[in-house]
Design a protein around this ligand. Sequence first.
Ligand SMILES: C=CC1=C(C)c2cc3[nH]c(cc4nc(cc5[nH]c(cc1n2)c(C)c5CCC(=O)O)C(CCC(=O)O)=C4C)c(C)c3C=C
Ligand SMILES: [Fe+2]
Ligand SMILES: [Fe+2]
Length: 344
Amino acid sequence: MVIFAKNMGKKGILLVNLGTPDSPEVGDVRKYLDQFLMDERVIDVNIVNRTLLVKGIIVPFRSPKTSKLYKEIWDENGSPLLYFSKIQAALVQEQLGEDYHVELAMRYQNPSILSALEKMKAGLVESIKVIPLFPQYASASSGSVIQLVMELVSKWATIPPVSFVSSFHDNELMIETFAGNARKYQPETYDHVLFSFHGLPERQLLKCDHTGHYCLKKDNCCDTLNDTNKFCYSAQGHDTAKLIAAKLNIARKDYTVCFQSRLGKEPWVQPYTTDVLKKLAAEGKKRLLVFSPAFVADCLETLYEITVEYHEEFKALGGEHVQLVESLNDDPKFIKALVEMAKA
Ligand SMILES: C=CC1=C(C)c2cc3[nH]c(cc4nc(cc5[nH]c(cc1n2)c(C)c5CCC(=O)O)C(CCC(=O)O)=C4C)c(C)c3C=C
Ligand SMILES: [Fe+2]
Ligand SMILES: [Fe+2]
């Protein structure tokens, strides 16, 4: 009874990031990739083709390679993505205080969205606000989180008010945190700045354009946000980049928005980061400062792909240095951004 009374009326805040394997061992990586890539919003082809592609080709061939990469970034704290997400949730709970019940979940693997929602239900929360930890909206990331939460909560006998943060690509505190992290590197001393976002198949971008004649059809369709492209992942990414660049007085000619981590042979959003590295090296650029503003915590894509892979690739092309700007992690300004979103 005491627990019942204590939890009554709390506002539930569910923070959700993408997820990571339970360990870097091949078996756990296989389970993670299988759950992740069988999501119909991630590999958005029919179930037969998705099953053949994911279970027959990608998971068996990719798991051993991805396991090696996870072993490179796994440290005594485990997966950086999970480690920092847990800290973010704990700090948000601390700042929101007793009137709130904060849970962290991962879209894939653990802690699961189901277990987090069950804890909230047991805690008798009076409402649930879901904050997918992806600054820019994509059907494959935020969309997938929102769909699963709706599916699960829709089965409850009592459905509390549920709300969702769809994206926060232009959040002032988030922009300031990225800019602040970059200042110590003195961006003006670099030859060029990259805003390297996680990639997305072009097909998925096109689905966001309900007019059918704007996205990827008009020149520079993503350069400015308007009513047609306001949910476009790429257009929101360009906006994030523009806002960070403005804070740091980086001129448009001195930065490039690009997309990394392509999977498969179909066209993904362009330009690809690897192509941009080649172009910049050919122009004689030596030192690059790289932001990764699709992520709010360090993860495989920042710690390995940018810091190791792109660094080595650029050096092999004649460049000298690729400097990653740290992710938001436990920065107090970003925690404040989350707290404000939770309260809004
Ligand atoms: C911005 C958020 C993300 C979007 C959008 C996204 C789309 C997307 N991803 C894949 C395939 C893979 N992504 C992988 C890792 C990974 N992806 C994100 C975020 C988004 N993905 C994060 C944060 C991470 C790292 C997780 C960590 O534990 O550190 C991987 C696994 C690694 C690998 O094998 O390369 C795959 C695979 C697709 C196909 C896709 C869009 C359709
Ligand atoms: Fe991904
Ligand atoms: Fe677009």
